[in-house]
Design a binder for this molecule. Structure first.
Ligand code: 4AD
Ligand code: MG
Length: 474
């Protein structure tokens, strides 16, 4: 059986041939003399238009078809008189595979994104989500292609970990303990010795530390896996479970890390524009009714695709945290959070910089050490670290990375400064004991990148089954 994508690829070569198509009905317009069926099977953004004349033997079946019905239709491919497609089908025989009733929630009229999240198990049946999931697939494929072409080795880092060292966010606990009878020590602390791993374990917040151990030996590695953060963030860009792409390179400095980050983001954009042109066009044309229904595109710009094309050909601006906060401080606008040196850079600052000031992606480097992780390499000034974030319009931060501290004594000092326990990190310190080299890498939030590229406006709409506070349905 051919998919619609394969059928459209052959296009006019199929004219005059009889073929069979399987799929779900997007819409059907019935009249006495003939009916007009619009079919899609998820393989492509394009729908097959099918004309069923009243003289086909099973025409009464057509009258039972509705939006959502799954069908098998055989017919002759003819040149299309309509717009858009070069071919359409003249039905010869029709068959209903699975019927729907009027309770089917996805009727042809526009439904809100919020409503569709409640029926996430049906979202793949809509044109919008079909486009998003196909673009998401393409960008995963592009990710592996990009790193493979550069000689990176893909590593699976653990999902369950006893490390609590990253400091990247709150963690979900992993345990087989009976929650009604949690064993405690004399001091009243939870006793994990009889728990499955014999110590406290959590879901990972990042595969970086393990990737670092791999890179000291393999030279270039990346991991692409699920990542978990349990902070109570109800925003358009936070998920409790998301996927992170984390490359790590040996013998590099922060400039090299920033170069790789910019090249990778541009690769993803170019890949989507080239390989998902129909999907990207569709999402850009999507009705953007304001006030609840079908939200506006994330950057509310009609020229989203044009902006992406420009970004794919541009140099990303680079600026230090110190200069970036100065720009915010001098900006003619009120921010909710402080813009003084040493203040944490918030989403509002990130969005101001990327959307309004630079009007494109910007790489911010050298953040104050106090709100960055212990493993980042300290600058000579003793106040800042060799960190870099990539900020993009509409979303803010999509990448966070750094050059790592490769000096054993300095790393030990940073661990002590953060009040962490060096004994837990002994294996990580070993990496600096034996053959330490300058190295660094970054993490790209896959859904945030997809959010930016698709121009959607909520990260919950670019992951099939979002996990957020008070929501783990499906
Ligand atoms: O900036 P983060 O916390 O960096 C790290 O975890 C480093 N260990 C990565 C590394 O250097 N290997 O997270 C990296 C990226 C962010 O820039 C963001 O895109 C995404 O992960 N991210 C989230 N995406 C969705 N929901 C959340 N709650 C996210 N938290 C981080
Ligand atoms: Mg970050």
């Amino acid at each position: 059986m051919q998919s619609l994508k394969e059928i459209f690829t052959q296009g006019e070569d199929l004219i005059g041939k009889s073929i069979t198509a399987l799929g779900w009905i997007r819409s059907v317009r019935k009249s006495k003399a003939f009916s007009f069926i619009v079919l899609n099977d998820g393989s492509t953004q394009n729908n097959l238009q099918i004309i069923a004349d009243q003289d086909i033997s099973d025409y009464e079946i057509v009258s039972t078809m509705m939006t959502g019905t799954s069908v098998k239709i055989t017919g002759k491919i003819v040149a299309s008189g309509g717009q858009g497609q070069s071919i359409e089908m003249q039905a010869e025989s029709v068959e209903v595979i699975g019927q729907v009733d009027e309770d089917f929630p996805l009727q042809k009229k526009a439904t809100s994104m919020e409503f569709l999240r409640d029926v996430s198990h049906l979202r793949a049946r809509t044109q919008t989500f079909g486009a998003i999931w196909r673009i998401g697939h393409a960008l995963q494929f592009a990710t592996h292609e990009f790193f493979n072409n550069k000689g990176f080795v893909n590593i699976h880092t653990p999902i369950i970990t006893a490390l609590d060292a990253e400091g990247a966010g709150d963690m979900f606990k992993v345990s087989t303990m009976d929650f009604a009878r949690i064993p405690t020590s004399d001091k009243g602390e939870v006793d994990f010795s009889d728990d499955y791993f014999g110590e406290e374990t959590t879901l990972t917040v990042s595969g970086q530390l393990q990737a670092e151990s791999m890179v000291i030996g393999l030279g270039k590695v990346y991991t692409f896996g699920p990542t978990f953060r349990s902070e109570n963030s109800n925003t358009k860009r936070h998920l409790a479970e998301f996927w992170m792409v984390e490359p790590e390179m040996a013998f590099v400095d922060l400039e090299d890390v920033a170069d790789l980050a910019a090249e990778y983001v541009k690769y993803l954009i170019s890949y989507a524009l080239k390989n998902c042109a129909d999907e990207m066009e569709f999402l850009n044309r999507r009705p953007r009714i304001k006030g609840g229904k079908l939200g506006p595109s994330i950057n509310e710009k009609e020229e989203h695709l044009e902006l992406l094309r420009q970004v794919a050909d541009s140099e990303f601006k680079r600026i230090s945290y110190t200069d970036a906060m100065k720009i915010c401080d001098e900006a003619d606008r009120e921010f909710e959070f402080p813009t003084s040196w040493g203040a944490e850079m918030q989403t509002e600052h990130e969005k101001y910089l990327a959307e309004e000031y630079f009007k494109g992606p910007v790489i911010v480097t050298d953040y104050p050490k106090d709100f960055k992780a212990f493993y980042m390499k300290k600058n000579e000034d003793g106040k800042t670290v060799r960190a870099m974030d990539v900020l993009v319009p509409g979303v803010g931060e999509i990448i966070g990375g750094a050059q790592r501290e490769d000096d054993l004594e300095k790393l030990k000092a940073a661990i002590a400064e953060k009040g962490m326990n060096a004994a837990d990190l002994d294996w990580y310190l070993d990496l600096r004991r034996w053959g330490s080299v300058p190295h660094g890498g970054f993490g790209l939030g896959f859904e945030r990148a997809l959010l930016y590229i698709t121009g959607m406006n909520n990260v919950r709409d670019v992951i099939p089954f979002p996990r957020t506070p008070k929501n783990a349905k499906f």
